[in-house]
Ligand binder design. Sequence first.
Ligand code: AHR
Length: 503
Amino acid sequence: MRTARLTIDPAFTIGPVDRRLFGSFVEHLGRCVYGGIYEPGHPEADPLGLRRDVLALTRELGVSVVRYPGGNFVSGYRWEDGVGPVGDRPHRLDLAWKTVEPNTFGLDEFLAWATAAQVEPMMAVNLGTRGVQEACDLLEYANHPGGTRLSDLRRAHGAEQPYGIRLWCLGNELDGPWQVGHKTAEEYGRLAAETARAMKLIDPSVSLVACGSSGRGMPTFASWEATVLEHTYEHVDFISAHSYYDPSDGDRASLLASAVDMDNFITEVVATADHVAARLRQTRKLKISFDEWNVWYQSRVQGDLDGRGWVEAPALLEDEYTAVDAVVVGDLLITLLRHADRVGVAAQAQLANVIAPIRTRTGGPAWRQSIFHPFALTARYARGTVLRTEPVAPTHPTKRYGDVPVLDTVALHDEESGELTVFAVNRGTDDLPLDLDLRGLSGLHPVQHLSLAAGDDPEAVNTEAEPDRVTPRELPTGTVDGDRCAVRLPAVSWNVLRFAPLH
Ligand code: AHR
């Protein structure tokens, strides 16, 4: 059996972890809002109709920032429909998901939910069917203190103080032909730049995200980013990236190597942004907002949409995640952390029911899907500074990505507590002995090894009847010899290795 090696030295750093990497996403899609985070009349609902059980799971998940209200939904959305007396709000057709939107949940309810969930809101404006004026109106409603028509409207609706929303997305996936209001890079770039300039006149403290590609496989990928950034570079703070990984073809080795694709995607977006910066003589480095990522059984979507009339909150995209999917999600988080110097925001899509770590039954309980666990533990233990490591590991072949290392890792050093945490994935179907060289961190001893292993039961899922079938287990910590520590990573597993100073 071949051993992998990892040398960890706190002198070699990538950068501090931004808590905004642990973001999530709430879209008006299926039962994410209605029957997910919001369900008046549910036994767990608070007076506003927010589900307390889902709020508790959201806090346990460790989510830092939540993007809202879409997604494809936002590209046809009129934000004004979702504010004011609920009885006066219109029902509308949502063309993105072919449903009826009742608008009983809107901006003010979302902000109340975000406060209760202890998360930062990240708003998207509609640049599909709407433009500069409507984006400015929304910002005035949300962030202007008072004394104008829209800020006073917010106050009349009960929010005396401005919401102070800092993060704003300039539309959603406008490179995608499926998007209502789809645009060329040239059209979108100009619109995004004009919208950004106007929004910063209203509130210079906002941080703006220009739409990048909705996937690395898009035919316009990279040229889209280059053109959009030629127009927007000086006005925006982030360029977005979206990526989903579909297990449907059953090619497990390739699925387990999804992080290789995400890693390449980030490197290529960074290269493109830096190229534009060089052309424009800009010295400020642009960051990525990786604001949609996850495992998603995308091939099932059409079945969800076909043969259904216009209804409210149907069950859509309610993927049930396996133990293998959880290992992949853990590995995608490792990748985001390893790029902490250039990825400043990330949001897993989505939070509840729709391709989500939290599942609910309308009128029934809420439970944790398998993918809940790597997210929650990464958000809890990824503290301090990401270290640069050079793992040496055996490789194995995959159809989609060629030969890939069986080991993927990231290490973090928390200067305050002195603790070191290593997140490690073994993509291989055999146990992997890992030899850690902790030079420069002598005096640390292993305190915990948590492992979510999919080797024995790769297709295991958590259900309402069996909500804890897939959970991380405690394994014996590694054996220490001087500065070295030997551990064993189970076949197809995601692991947290924690080390603390000896007192
Ligand atoms: O998250 C589901 C959908 O995926 C979003 O609405 C869209 O932005 C993306 O294509």
